[in-house]
Design a protein around this ligand. Structure first.
Ligand code: ZN
Length: 195
């Protein structure tokens, strides 16, 4: 089995789940551990994510680490030579070229840790995440708790009417739901739309 403690050469790790599942917290935990071991790290996020701060990966519980906002994944290839680990947050918002960039970094011997939403609010695989999961040495699915029934949640249910795919995760826009409660909520919305 893959173990975080056995990393000596390059690899790709994916941490994915719904909103409020603790993805970013897990990303930060892994990166901070590397930092304590005096490994130089670099963290990136898409410029589209401007919640709270322009310069930091900020998770919902406000544990944060400083990151660089970038537009294109290729910008990650110009790393300082002594960087050992690369973290990427909100990876679902990047284009498909992030897959090749992550492969290139891992082939250079770097540990690449990617956090992102596995599915969008419609329950469909989100952007480059399926491909990133396919090429990764390790994938960890993290879960929120369903706000309706307390089961493990793997859906980000949108509470607002906006149909735009990219709406950032404010607490009043989404709720984590389990499969059954998500399906029930979508059915109720479809019924309401017909009426
Ligand atoms: Zn539920």
């Amino acid at each position: 089995m893959f173990s975080e403690n056995n990393i000596k050469s390059g690899c790709v790790e994916v941490i994915c789940g719904s909103m409020f599942s603790g993805k970013t917290e897990e990303l930060i935990r892994r990166l901070k551990r590397a930092q304590f071991a005096n490994q130089k790290i670099a963290i990136f996020k898409p410029t589209i994510d401007t919640r709270y701060s322009d310069k930091e990966v900020v998770s919902h519980d406000l544990h944060s680490v400083t990151s660089t906002p970038i537009r294109e994944p290729e910008e990650m290839l110009n790393l300082e030579p002594d960087v050992m680990e690369v973290g990427i947050d909100e990876a679902q918002f990047f284009g498909d070229s992030i897959v090749k960039v992550c492969q290139t970094l891992a082939n250079r011997g770097l540990r690449v840790i990617i956090a992102g939403l596995d599915t969008d609010f419609k329950g469909k695989p989100f952007g480059p995440m399926p491909a990133l999961m396919a090429i990764a040495e390790d994938v960890q699915k993290v879960h929120a708790i369903c706000v309706k029934c307390g089961n493990l949640a793997n859906h980000s249910h949108r509470l607002t009417a906006s149909k735009k795919l990219v709406v950032l995760g404010e607490k009043d826009s989404y709720e984590p739901l389990c499969r059954q409660c998500y399906n029930a909520a979508i059915e109720a919305e479809q019924e309401a739309a017909k009426a």
